[in-house]
Design a protein around this ligand. Structure first.
Ligand SMILES: O=C(O)CCC(=O)C(=O)O
Ligand SMILES: [Fe+2]
Length: 281
C-alpha cells in the first residue's frame, strides 16, 4: 500500500542531520553488536519518528476507510423514496467518526524466548551451579510459591519449553488496524473459508489491514473483525511489530448500516457509543 522500509530499521538506523552538530555516535547494542550509527539526539529522533509514523498511518487509515465506504456502496441518506442512482457514493461515511484521531500506535518488542522462560516462580539472579541446576540459575521464590524444577537447557536452535503462541487469538478493538511485522514473522490470520489460520507473509512494501470490532458492528457483521494471533517461530527469536489501531471518537454513535432491502423497523440492533466498548482509564 505504501512503500516503506522495515520500521525498526528506519528507527535504529536513523541519523538526525538536524542534530546538535556533534556528529553521529556509535552505539553498542545488546548482544555485543556495534554498527547502528545514531545521533546523540536519538530519543527525540525516536519521538519524531513515531509521531511521523502515527501521522502517516492516520492518513492511510482514513483513506482505507474511504475505500471500504465505497466498496460497501454506502450512499448519502435520502429522507424518502429510496436512493437516487445518480447520487455518488458517500466516501466519507466513516471518516467523520474518526475526526479526533484518538488513534493508538504501539511499537511492540517480543523478547527472545529462552532461559528466562524456564524460571516460572521467580527471577533468575546469579549463577550457582549444582547437579539439580546444571545451568546455574538461581531463583528467588515468592513466599508460598511452589518450586518448579528447572527444565534442562534446550539444544541451541531448539526451544521445547517455549510456548507455541506469543499472542493469543483475538480481534482488535479498532475500526481497522494497520500492522507491520519484522522479518521474524509469526503473525497468522483466521481464514473463515478454510477454517484455519493462515500465515501472513513478511511484507516489505505493504501494511496488513485487519478489520476491527467497530467495523464489524457498523457493517452488521458483513465485514467480520479478523481473528489473528502471533505464533512463536524461529525458535523463540525476539520479534518486533508496529501496530496502529484506528479508533472512532469516544462519542461516535455507531449504528449498524442497513442493506438496501432491510426494513429499519425490523432492525434489532440498536446503536451504541464507541466509548462504551473502550476500556476506561
Ligand atoms: O505483533 C503483532 O504482529 C500483532 C499484534 C496484535 O495483534 C495486537 O497488538 O493487537
Ligand atoms: Fe491484534
Amino acid at each position: 500500500m505504501i512503500s516503506r522500509r522495515n520500521p525498526w530499521d528506519v528507527l535504529l538506523n536513523h541519523v538526525n542531520v538536524m542534530g546538535d552538530g556533534a556528529g553521529p555516535t556509535s552505539v553498542h547494542m545488546s548482544g555485543g553488536t556495534t554498527g547502528h550509527v545514531l545521533n546523540n539526539n536519538f530519543m527525540s529522533d525516536f519521538r519524531d519518528m513515531m509521531v511521523a509514523y502515527y501521522e502517516l498511518c492516520s492518513i492511510v487509515s482514513l483513506d482505507v476507510m474511504r475505500h471500504i465506504s465505497c466498496g460497501l456502496g454506502i450512499r448519502p441518506s435520502i429522507p424518502q423514496g429510496g436512493y437516487d442512482p445518480c447520487m455518488d457514493y458517500d466516501y466519507d461515511f466513516f471518516t467523520p467518526f474518526h475526526s479526533r484521531k484518538d488513534f493508538d500506535l504501539q511499537a511492540k518488542y517480543y523478547p527472545r524466548l529462552g532461559a528466562a522462560t524456564r524460571v516460572r516462580q521467580g527471577v533468575a539472579v546469579q549463577n550457582a551451579q549444582s547437579p539439580q541446576n546444571p545451568d546455574g540459575v538461581r531463583v528467588l521464590r515468592r513466599k508460598g510459591a511452589k518450586t518448579t524444577p528447572l527444565a534442562p537447557e534446550a539444544a541451541p536452535g531448539a526451544d521445547a519449553a517455549a510456548p507455541a503462541v506469543r499472542l493469543d487469538t483475538h480481534k482488535d478493538l479498532s475500526t481497522i488496524t494497520l500492522l507491520s511485522q519484522d522479518a521474524v514473522g509469526g503473525l497468522e490470520v483466521w481464514d473463515e473459508e478454510k477454517q484455519q489460520f493462515t500465515t501472513v507473509p513478511v511484507l516489505e512494501d505493504a501494511l496488513l489491514v485487519n478489520a476491527g470490532v467497530f467495523l464489524e458492528k457498523w457493517t452488521g457483521g458483513l465485514i467480520g473483525a479478523t481473528p489473528h494471533r502471533v505464533r512463536n517461530v524461529r525458535d523463540g527469536s525476539s520479534r518486533c511489530s508496529i501496530v496502529f489501531f484506528a479508533l472512532p471518537n469516544h462519542d461516535a454513535k455507531i449504528e449498524p448500516l442497513l442493506q438496501q432491502d432491510d426494513n429499519p423497523a425490523t432492525d434489532a440492533e440498536d446503536g451504541f457509543l464507541a466509548g462504551d466498548l473502550m476500556p476506561t482509564p
